[in-house]
Design a protein around this ligand. Sequence first.
Ligand code: PEP
Ligand code: MG
Length: 564
Amino acid sequence: MAGDAELHCTFHGIGVSAGTAVGPLVVVTPPPKAPADEAPTTDAAAASATVHQVLDDVAKGLDARAASAAEHAKPILEAGAMMARDPGLAMGIDTQLQKGLGVATAVTAAVEEYCAMFESLGGYMAERVTDLRDVRDRAVARLLGQPEPGVPSLTVPSILAAHDLAPAETATLTAETCLGIITEAGGPTSHTAILASQLAIPAVVQAVGILGIPAETTVAIDGGVGEITVNPTAQEIELLAERKRRRAAALAGGTGNGATKDGYPVALLANIGTADDARKAAKQPVEGVGLFRTEFLFLDRDTMPTVEEQTATYTEVFQAFGTRRVVVRTLDAGADKPLKFADLGPEENPALGRRGIRLGMIRTDVLDAQLEALAAAYKATGADVRVMAPMIATQAEATWFADKVRALGLPKVGVMIEVPAAAIRSKGILYHVDFASLGTNDLQQYTMAADRMQGELAALLNPWEPALLDVVALACEGGAAMGKPVGVCGEAAGDPGLALVLAGLGVSSLSMAPGKVPAVRTALGLHTLTQCQQMAAAARAGTNATEAKAAVMAMADPVLADLV
Ligand code: PEP
Ligand code: MG
């Protein structure tokens, strides 16, 4: 319906994954809850027939989705359909209906009882709990006359709009059918944003009000500048296409190792989360993996993967990269990435709580199993494996981790610097390990005391913030003093302008979603190291993020503007 004057408007958010697309809007609905004041059941037999019919519809819907889903998603959907047809569940619901509970309340209560039973059985059965709750949400929605919740199956290529997406939901999307992602919440370093760029899907977060746009409306998204146009005119679509062409021209050609114009090397590496990511990234001209977020392998698991299972996955990843380096981060669970099998219970401030290495030091069984699997995969492949720990704050944590890794014969050990204490005292920390990688996402959240998940605080989470650059500079000084490499693997590494600043500050590698590498390679190749150093100084002299970015853009080659 391009050109519909009534609905023609523009939304501005934060662009978190570059690229442009035009397509129909599909809205993701949140799971409904059984209403507290639901009418009680007076005719249990009739209510039972209604619920059984709804469960059958849910099962058929899941079967249909499984038939057209990608291979890795089929078993999940089929398991859900099987759950919806489970006679035990139907009987449990009938029991609740006979007690007089309303239909949606009865489904909710019966599912919870079933979940408790499955959880007590552990293992494979415990893992079915997620499927059961999904069936519950779908059945309750149907009973309340609402659309089924969650990411719908995209039958035609569409642009997805949601309040926010859980990492597990985003992971099921593919660039073939999901042309773009727009969320009302989320920040530039939220894991939804990270996964979107991982999948090379244009994405905009903080697009407040987008959920007010009716489904099926045609929208145009520019994930670089963070703009969404509702019912774009033919001229606007052409402008977007022109932007796409300019960007493609600026990116054309480069495939070599990352380096400034005068040859100062800055390794360009890929961030990955799964073996599938690894296979795809390995085909790209990247110099290896700078961050393997291993927790993404386990996000949808209720029980810990076995050592054998983990060994197989790591072996696959290492083999995909041959002689190229693979930097593996041990499980970074907690806060916004909760893992069911490594949960230490609720905390007042999860981001400041027992997450990352802190969790690893408590659940040594989980960390030891992972390191054992990594060591086995290393021995099997002889790959260039480098293992690093998340959320290191002290020298004691660094030595504790390094000792464990070295005892297993793994060749290189490092730490993530994402806590300001570690950046400020990086020299002492680097004394114990071989390398460090700056996690600018968390480093910024902790430097600014601004929750990276809280979209309202996005202004404090702009990676051009001079305070963040100062902390990065301190970390690099420690690295230079110890003669040890310091890289960056937070989202800042994938911003072509910031990449210049980071190179100027002395980082030796930049790791990002593989789709961002060409723009960063081009940006580096257009500037000398001295220019990068001058840009870094100018950015740090800014009084805020806007000034810092403006100073760099003014000094940079004009082509830089086409790269975002
Ligand atoms: C970071 O904090 O910058 C980082 C790379 O780790 P994650 O985004 O997974 O927390
Ligand atoms: Mg982090």
